[in-house]
Design a protein around this ligand. Sequence first.
Ligand SMILES: Cc1cc2nc3c(=O)[nH]c(=O)nc-3n(C[C@H](O)[C@H](O)[C@H](O)COP(=O)(O)O)c2cc1C
Ligand code: SF4
Ligand code: FES
Length: 560
Amino acid sequence: MEGTATAPRRKGPRTGPRGRVAGAEALAAVDGATARLPKRRDLLIEHLHALQDRFGCLRAGHLVALAERLRLAPVEVFEVATFYHHFEVLEDAAAAPAPVTLRVCESLPCAMAGAHELMAALRAAPPAAGVRVVSAPCIGACHRAPACALGHELVERATPDSVAAAVANGPPALPDPPGLDSYLARGGYAALRRARADEKGARDTILAALEAGVLRGLGGAGFPAARKWRLVMAQPGPRHLVVNADEGEPGTFKDRYCLEKEPHRMLEGMLVAAHAIEAEACWIYLRDEYPHLRRMLEREIAALAAAGLADVPIHLRRGAGAYICGEETALLESLEGRRGYPRHKPPFPGEAGLFGRPTLIHNVETLWLIPEILAEPEAAARHASMGRRGRQGVRFFSVSGRVREPGEKLAPAGVSARELIEEFSGGMLPGHRFAAYLPGGASGGILPASLGDLPLDFGTLDAEGCFVGSGAVVVLSDQDDPVEAVRNLVGFFRDESCGQCTPCRVGTAKAARLLDAPAWDRALLKELAAAMADGSICGLGQAAMNPVLSLLRHFPEAVP
Ligand SMILES: Cc1cc2nc3c(=O)[nH]c(=O)nc-3n(C[C@H](O)[C@H](O)[C@H](O)COP(=O)(O)O)c2cc1C
Ligand code: SF4
Ligand code: FES
C-alpha cells in the first residue's frame, strides 16, 4: 500500500502531521506521472488527468502526495478530484478498475436512436473481457446516434458489432481537420494581419464590424459581442481571453463541427479578439470528450507559435466531464484548478474573471464567425442581411432526431424548425411524422409541431416559455413519447447539477422522482419549478424545469 496510513487515534496534544501522510512511493509515482507539469495550483486538473491517464484511476495515496507537491490541503485535492465525472477516486487497497471503460451516451437524441437497447445488449454481452460499460451524458455525436466513447474516443452510429470491432482494433479514425498551411493558402489570418497593422484604428474598425454584423454570443445567451468587448476594454489590464469549447448540452455538436471543419478560423477569431482587448493570454477550455480535437489543437497552436502568428501565450486546458463547466464562471473556477461551482454575478467575468482579472469569454462559434465578418468592408452587412423574418445574421443549428440528414446546419437566424427539417435536413425519416421539437437542447423547452413555424432566434420563443440557446434542435416524431423525453432531460440535469445550491441539487432530484409517478402532481411540479427558478444560482437550476413546464403547457393530453 502506498503511504496512506490513517494517523492513529491518540490522547493528548498532536505530535505528528494531521490526517494521511504522503508515502515515498506515492510521491515518486506522482512525480513520474506529472513530471512535465509545473507545480501550480491552477494546473491541479491537468495533474489529475496525468495521474488518471497513467494509473486508470486516482489512488487516495497519490492524491495526498499530489497535495504535498502542489502545497495544497489534501481536502482541496480530494474535493476537486471527486467533482469531475472523468476522475475515479479509489482507496489504495481497492481493486483496480477494468482496463477499458466504454461510455454509452443515453441523452435524448441517442436514447431516441436506441441507446438504452444498445446499453442493455452491451451489458448482457460485453464486447471483450476487461471492458466495463457505463452510461454517459451527451458526447457531441448526436447526429450520428447512438454514440459511445471507448475511453474517450468516439464510436459513432454504434452497434454491438461496431463496438466490438472498436475494442479489438481501436476506435475508428476521425477526419483530420485542415492545418495552418492549408488555412494560410486560402487567405487565412488576413483579418488578424490587418488588425495588427492598423495600430490606431483596429479596435474601432473591428467593433464597428461586429456591430454591423450583429454578432451575438452563440454559447447560449446571445449577448451582443461588441458590447461585451467594450465592457472588458473599459477595465484596467491585464486582461484575459477565454474560449469556451466545453459544449455539453444534449443535442449540441457545433463547437466540434467548427473545430473539425476549420480550426484556424476559431484561432484567428480568438487572436483578433485578444489583440483588440489587449489580452495578456488566451485560454482554450476544451471538453474532455473531444480528444481528437485536443491533439489537433496542441499541434496547431504549436504551428501558430512557430509561424510567429501567436503574439500572446495560448493555453489549452482539458475539461474533465462536467457539463456545468460550460457555464462561464464555473469554467473560470475550473481553469483556476477548482470544482466547477458557478460564481454569483455580479461581478461579471468582464470585470473580475480569470484570476480576478477582466476576462472576455466567448463560445467557439462566436469566434469562428469573426474572420468572415472582418473579411472585407461589406462582409459585416452581408452577414447581418442573411436572417429571415426580420432577424439578422446566420448561425449553426445542430439538428438531430428523426430527420433524414441530421447534422450541423449553417442557417439564417429566424429560420423555423419546419424549414430546418424540410429545407436543410432532407425532411423527416420515412415513416415518421413531425410531432415536436426541442428548440434549444435540454434546457430550451419543448414545442409541438403546430408551433414549428416560429422563428428560431434569441428572444423569439420567450412567449412560449422556450429559448433557442446554443441552437440544438432535436426533432421528435409521432413515434416518440414526449413524457419519456422529459424524464430523460430532467435526469440529465439531476446528474449534472453541481450541487452547490439547494434548490437545484434537491429540486432536480425531487423533480426526477415526481416524474416517475404514474400520475404527475401538476401543482407540486409547478411550485417546485418556481422555487428552482427563483432560488438557483445559475442557469442550470433556473432552466432545469423548462421541459416539464413545456409539457404541461403545450402537451396537456400527454401528461400522465
Ligand atoms: C448551465 C450552462 C451551461 C452552459 N454551457 C455552455 C457551453 O457549453 N458552451 C458555451 O459556449 N456557453 C455555455 N453557456 C453560456 C456561458 O455561460 C457564456 O454565456 C458563454 O460562454 C459566453 O460566450 P458567447 O458570448 O460567445 O456566447 C452555458 C451557460 C449555462 C448557464
Ligand atoms: S443552479 Fe445547480 S448547477 Fe447552478 S450553481 Fe446551483 S446547484 Fe450548481
Ligand atoms: S451524443 Fe448522445 S445525445 Fe449527444
